[in-house]
Ligand binder design. Structure first.
Ligand code: IPD
Ligand code: CA
Ligand code: CA
Length: 266
């Protein structure tokens, strides 16, 4: 479990950190159980939804203790308005559930903080790789103790691009498979790893040059979006506008790769 030093210590970062690491203890324990259940006939389905709910409750309790007046938007429990509606935590207690269910060690816990509609802080923890990504507006983005910068690659041919495939029932204005074909033809590789939250963090860390997705929920984007921005990247919706949290489609990358990918996706 996380044993690096936090490079940034503010009340917001500390609250997110306590919530993430508390929830992670249970998630890691439960993942061990899933690996075991995976090979059983019944499979780990019910067990996983309980693991998800447990993580969520730990995060809610911890954040409420730290900031009793803040509002919350939490994936499983929904939204509730606190005495301070301007501040809202946005939480995904387990992102990458399908990976988790199938004993694939790639998933995360995600907490973002919104102020008057703008995301101002975020933390994402991958407890298996012990990678903690975090950022606060104006203070930079970090992975464990290290400062993050988006990729400096200039050539689109060399780019590795992350993606989330749309679900069958997603109905939107974009031709996803046409774009995918184009992106595959013009870049080094496309990766679909199964945790949208981590995909955004991988852009911030320069592991992907850019990432796009056609249909996400606010808790899939909140924390990652500020981490990308604070690492020097650009985040918009698929039309190049700032409204990704409401349109639910998103594109993130270094400035030059964002521009190149946007051209293919638009
Ligand atoms: C999902 C993951 C996945 C993305 C889905 C999300 P969940 O979140 O981020 O990568 O493709 O659209 O719903 O359900 O594992 O929290
Ligand atoms: Ca999610
Ligand atoms: Ca989830």
């Amino acid at each position: 479990m996380f044993d690096s030093k936090l490079a940034l210590s503010t009340p917001t970062i500390n609250a997110m950190y306590t919530a993430c690491t508390r929830a992670a203890r249970g998630i890691v324990r439960d993942f061990g159980e899933v690996e075991h259940l995976q090979v059983s006939r019944k499979g780990p389905g019910d067990f996983v939804s309980k693991a998800d709910m447990k993580s969520e409750q730990i995060i809610i309790d911890t954040l409420q203790k730290a900031t009793p007046t803040y509002s919350m938007l939490v994936e499983e429990s929904g939204a509730f308005v606190g005495r301070e509606p301007d501040y809202r935590w946005i939480v995904d207690p387990l992102d990458g559930t399908t990976n988790f269910i199938n004993a694939i060690p790639h998933f995360s816990i995600s907490i973002g903080l919104e102020h008057k509609g703008e995301i101002i802080a975020g933390m994402v923890y991958d407890p298996i790789k012990d990678e903690l990504f975090y950022a606060e507006k104006g203070k930079g983005a970090f992975l464990n103790e290290k400062r993050l910068r988006v990729s400096a690659k200039a050539n689109f041919d060399d780019a590795v691009i992350g993606v989330t495939f749309p679900r069958r029932d997603d109905n939107n204005d974009f031709d996803f498979y046409k774009t995918l074909k184009e992106v595959e033809a013009h870049t080094a590789a496309v990766r679909r790893m199964g945790s949208a939250v981590l995909d955004l963090c991988y852009v911030a860390a320069g592991r992907y040059e850019a990432y796009w997705s056609h249909a996400l929920s606010p808790w899939d984007m909140a924390a990652g979006s500020i981490i990308v921005k604070e690492a020097g990247g650009v985040v918009t919706d698929l039309k190049g506008k700032d409204t990704f949290m409401s349109t639910a489609h998103i594109i993130a990358g270094s400035e030059s790769m964002h521009k190149k990918l946007l051209k293919l996706v638009k």
